[in-house]
Design a protein around this ligand. Structure first.
Ligand SMILES: [Mn+2]
Length: 337
């Protein structure tokens, strides 16, 4: 186990929910990892631990893939307010702003808010009265949930195993970041009766035409910079920034930064290659997204090679700051290619 002490603490937390009503809240829009973890936690709480009810909330809008996974699992997602519950569990959250429309409700619950995560807490930490259970040694939160379930001696059914598999599969970039322990966990899930290709097919949805256009426009509008051996590409699109950042990275740059208007401000998504992080130790979540969000009147966070920030600014300004930060971190000037 990557962090047995943490898994034990989470197990004890879940056991303490017996007889209570719980709201489980994912980050904005959810993703396979957040949904997989929320689904299994809900099932374990309700079926095994005597929790009265555990409602799952996914703030804001679900992507087509998240919706497909929710439907496949037949997971009931509560719309509307969190309401009157005994405890709130935030999963895979990264930063408090990720609860979006539920922020006010969550702040009112201080003392009864529990965060189960594999993201580092934001710079300033979480407010008083929030209990944080996290370890960055887990690539996917679903892997921590798997350890917790194992410690409690609970046997997963096939659909629960599939939910964890999907979370681990996508949060490890389709297993490309999986270590030997993760693969051993996958084997255990397979023994529970899952069929990986069937699970994956059930949540893979064809890319929507507007997302295709965003990716291609993003490529057309690209600016390219070089610092020594590193190539950094930037672009602007008015939607699908994350999808575009991923697409541009796959073209061959080491870092991609894609910004665009979002609600009343700007969203910026960034991605980097694993070897860029390995050699430079630049963590996009901690070193770039958090700083950009904080300096430009918003917030940001994420992982070493995948991060996002929301800012009160313009796309040009946001990209400029990202490039300045990278220049400083690399200690080398960026030149236009
Ligand atoms: Mn995750």
């Amino acid at each position: 186990m990557k962090d047995e002490k943490l898994a034990e603490e989470v197990a004890n937390l879940l056991k303490s929910m017996s007889g209570k009503t719980v709201a489980i809240v994912t980050h904005v829009g959810g993703d396979a990892d957040a949904v997989g973890a929320a689904y299994v936690l809900k099932r374990v709480l309700e079926e095994n631990l005597g929790c009265t009810t555990a409602h799952v909330h996914i703030p804001d809008e679900m992507s087509a893939q998240v919706r497909a996974m929710v439907n496949y699992l037949k997971l009931e997602v509560k719309s509307g307010a969190i309401g009157d519950v005994d405890a709130v569990i935030l999963v895979d959250i990264g930063s408090l702003e990720q609860v979006a429309e539920h922020l006010e409700d969550v702040m009112k619950m201080q003392g009864k808010v529990y965060i189960i995560d594999h993201h580092a807490p934001p710079h300033g930490g979480y407010p008083q009265g929030f209990f944080v259970f996290f370890s960055e040694s887990y690539r996917a939160l679903c892997e921590l949930v798997m350890d917790v379930v194992k410690l409690m001696g609970i046997k997963l059914d096939t659909l629960e195993a599939e939910a964890l598999f999907l979370g681990i599969y996508y949060d490890t970039a389709r297993l490309s970041l999986a270590d030997s322990e993760t693969m051993a966990n996958i084997c255990e899930l397979v023994k529970l009766g899952i069929n990986p290709s069937k699970s994956i097919q059930s949540v893979e949805v064809p890319i929507d035409i507007s997302e295709r256009i965003a990716r291609l426009k993003g490529a057309m509008r690209m600016n390219l910079y070089r610092a020594g051996e590193w190539l950094i590409a930037t672009s602007q699109v008015s939607s699908f920034q994350t999808s575009v950042a991923r697409a541009i990275l796959s073209l061959g740059c080491h870092v991609s930064i894609v910004a665009g208007e979002y609600k009343n401000g700007v969203a910026v998504s960034m991605r980097s290659q694993q070897d860029f992080f390995a050699k430079t130790n630049i963590n996009l979540g901690k070193d770039v997204a958090q700083t950009v969000g904080a300096r430009l009147g918003g917030y940001g966070g994420g992982h070493a090679t995948a991060a996002r920030a929301y800012c009160n600014s313009t796309p040009d300004e946001v990209i400029k700051l990202c490039l300045n930060l990278l220049e400083g971190l690399l200690g080398e000037r960026l030149n236009r290619v």
